[in-house]
Ligand binder design. Structure first.
Ligand code: BCA
Length: 141
């Protein structure tokens, strides 16, 4: 079964841009992270603050990111982040985001993430767990 795709809407503000009026790149990362959580919530996964109480899962930290910027965006524009899971591995998954302005592709990101819990031996560390089968099924496996 292929992953569901969700869409996160962004209205670009003046404060999101650099002095040239172009969206400053960390904002794309911030919007993709918001789109990542939105993906799971739309799929029916409880928000992390609830999930931590029942499963110990604190969220899906990033292990690696790869982002390609094709076209700039500016304030006053409405963008859409299209998000899906491209690949499920044992402990990590690759989440794919396309930031679009209408039909135009502006930015594409691939994130390697893992479901993590607090490390049992050291609360200062976290630990990746095997992808929970129920969460994967909710996301369209
Ligand atoms: C994520 C970790 C806990 C994983 O450590 P461990 O639990 O010891 O796992 P391992 O090192 O054994 O690796 C686990 C698996 O990942 C795989 N792995 C590790 N790195 C990679 C990369 N880069 N690519 C692919 N696969 C990888 C590895 O091969 C293991 O797979 P298996 O062979 O199937 O077991 C640790 O690497 C870590 O703490 N990294 C730092 C995480 C971090 O600080 N990220 C940035 C900030 S977090 C953040 O922004 C955030 C966003 C959203 C949220 O909800 C929460 C947090």
């Amino acid at each position: 079964m292929s992953s569901k795709t969700t869409v996160w809407e962004v209205d670009v503000l003046f404060g999101d841009c650099d002095p040239a009026g172009i969206v400053f790149f960390p904002n794309f990362c911030k919007w993709m992270d918001a789109a990542s959580l939105h993906f799971f919530v739309q799929c029916g996964v409880p928000p992390w603050r609830e999930l931590v109480k029942t499963t110990g899962i604190i969220g899906t930290p990033l292990l690696e990111i790869h982002t390609h910027f094709y076209r700039p965006a500016t304030y006053g524009e409405r963008l859409h982040v299209h998000t899906r899971v491209q690949e499920w591995r044992d402990k990590v998954f690759i989440q794919h985001h396309q930031v679009r302005r209408g039909d135009e592709l502006l930015c594409e990101g691939r994130e390697t993430r893992a479901f993590c819990i607090r490390h049992p031996d050291d609360p200062g560390r976290i630990k990746a767990i095997p992808i929970p089968a129920d969460i994967r099924a909710l996301c369209g496996g």
